[in-house]
Design a protein around this ligand. Structure first.
Ligand SMILES: C[S@@+](CC[C@H](N)C(=O)[O-])C[C@H]1O[C@@H](n2cnc3c(N)ncnc32)[C@H](O)[C@@H]1O
Length: 406
């Protein structure tokens, strides 16, 4: 509501439910008096007093300064701030750490839907990846949301227990920067699926501050893989940090095993950096596919340059046997066909014509060159000699190459 003192929040619509009975109306004098009385109540339980950096990328994007929003507590209505903080205080009194953690998990799990980021016109918990607060907000009832969350979590917990008791699952969840994973031995992991930050669109540490300030545990911005002009972190920094994480992944993955990297950027420059980094740390990129998530998000509908479909990059760590052969063989051209043989053997059987691309001569030539350059081995084969050799060693079908036995 626009007032002579600036923008102010006002109660404009009341939705009541009593059992199965539901009614909606303009606020009565009683409703308005009650709302104003609630605004005067003190917040007696502990709550964070973190200030949001007004020149941070996310604060600027959501125009928080113009809206006079400077503290994380502003992301809850006054009533929900009182309830949220008192529930957290109750939880902290629990003696059992397991129960405390489970309750904190449930409570923080409803934060976005009970926050001021919840718009009246829908969208569960506001626009993702953004600190935007809608003009017309809906104050959700924390107790209702918590009951629903607890129901879902209880069911999930039952299924988890069944899975655990079947003896199939050995799950460890840890949180640390992927730049350094010293507890994971070299060559010990069978498969890696990773969804790294994709450049500048979302500054996760700033998004996380809303909850992390309640949890009193903060993401280290120093290790955050991101491009953030507001903090002077550019594409070269992003490339170096992504490289540090992917080389740890390369170290822990068993040879001959695969990594899938989900990626969502429409900018070619970032896309190239991701591929360069993968190859520079030693992975062989073997396939790029599309991940269709079904529907677009609000963000995808409105933000310029937003991502429409995610890409899935499949890459593998080449066998140590290949490296061994390369080390033994003084003539680098001899290892060219070992590499192509190994590479073709790893590619999935093509399901559609797009899958043939990775088997084309020019693509195989580029992959082979990249591998040899990385190993610091000069290649004396010209592209023409390479294509002629391909035809001698492999079977060509519609311009794509296959191993003889396939
Ligand atoms: C695209 S998101 C992944 C989202 C995740 N797949 C999900 O559905 O919740 C990228 C994540 O990488 C995290 N991240 C950024 N730098 C990191 C680092 N150095 N080590 C580990 N994670 C990092 C970000 O905080 C963010 O949560």
């Amino acid at each position: 509501m626009l007032t002579p003192q600036g923008k102010k929040k006002a109660l404009v619509w009341v939705s009541r439910t009593y059992g199965r009975h539901k009614s909606e109306s303009l606020p009565s004098a009683y409703d308005l008096a009650l709302a104003s009385q609630i605004e005067q109540l003190p917040v007696s339980s502990w709550h964070p007093n973190e200030v949001i950096d007004p020149v941070g990328y996310s604060a600027k994007l959501a125009q928080l300064e113009a809206k006079a929003i400077s503290e994380v507590t502003a992301f809850l209505s006054h009533r929900n701030l009182i309830i949220f903080s008192s529930l957290l205080a109750e939880i902290r009194l629990q003696v059992s750490p397991e129960i405390q953690n489970a309750c904190i998990y449930a409570l923080t799990g409803i934060f976005t839907v009970v926050s001021e980021r919840q718009g009246y016109f829908g969208g569960g918990g506001g626009m993702s990846g953004n600190l935007y607060m809608p003009i017309v907000r809906m104050e959700r009832n924390i107790f209702d949301c918590l009951r629903r969350k607890l129901n879902r979590l209880t069911k999930a917990e039952e299924r988890k227990q069944q899975y655990y008791s079947s003896g199939k699952a050995k799950v460890i969840v840890t949180t640390q920067s992927s730049h350094s994973l010293p507890l994971i031995p070299t060559n010990s992991i069978d498969y890696i699926y990773t969804d790294p930050p994709f450049g500048a669109n979302i500054i996760y540490s700033e998004m996380n501050l809303l909850l992390e300030s309640w949890l009193q545990v903060k993401t280290s911005q120093k290790a955050e893989i991101v491009i953030n002009e507001a903090r002077g972190i550019d594409l070269a920094d992003y490339q170096a940090m992504l490289g540090a994480a992917l080389s740890e992944f390369y170290r822990i993955l068993k040879p001959d095993r695969w990594l899938t990297l989900e990626f969502h950027n429409t900018k070619a420059v970032i896309w190239n950096v991701v591929q360069q980094v993968l190859e520079a740390v030693g992975f062989v990129v073997a396939h790029v596919g599309l991940l269709d998530k079904g529907s677009s998000t609000i963000l995808q509908d409105i933000r310029d340059g937003a991502v429409y479909q995610d890409l899935l990059i499949s890459a593998y760590k080449p066998t140590s046997q290949l490296k061994h052969l390369a080390a033994l063989n003084p003539d680098p051209t001899e290892t060219v066909w070992d590499f192509v043989q190994d590479y073709l053997a790893k590619l999935p059987a093509p399901a559609q014509s797009a899958d043939l691309e990775e088997r084309r001569g020019y693509r195989l030539y580029n992959r082979m060159l990249a591998l040899h350059l990385r190993q610091g081995r000069a290649i004396s084969l010209s592209a023409t000699e390479f294509y002629a050799g391909l035809n001698r060693h492999f079977v060509e079908i519609e311009g794509a190459y296959f191993l003889p036995e396939k």
